[in-house]
Design a protein around this ligand. Structure first.
Ligand SMILES: [Zn+2]
Length: 65
């Protein structure tokens, strides 16, 4: 592959704990098993930043797009 695909952008109002991987990106569940669920891009400190998100078991197959 010669190009790197940027993660899909998310709405800047998304909860910061979801971007930090401390809660399920989709439903906000925090007190459960959290599985790496890919990455998204969202504004942070005036620039676009890549965030590695997590998902609860119910949303384990869901990916940002
Ligand atoms: Zn969830």
């Amino acid at each position: 592959m010669s190009t790197t695909k940027a993660p899909p952008p998310v709405h800047p109002d998304v909860s910061i704990v979801r971007l930090h991987g401390e809660a399920c990106f989709w439903c906000g569940a925090a007190h459960t098993t959290l599985i790496p669920a890919g990455s998204v891009s969202a504004p942070a400190g005036g620039s676009l930043r890549i965030w590695y998100i997590v998902a609860c078991p119910a949303h384990a197959d869901r990916r940002p797009r």
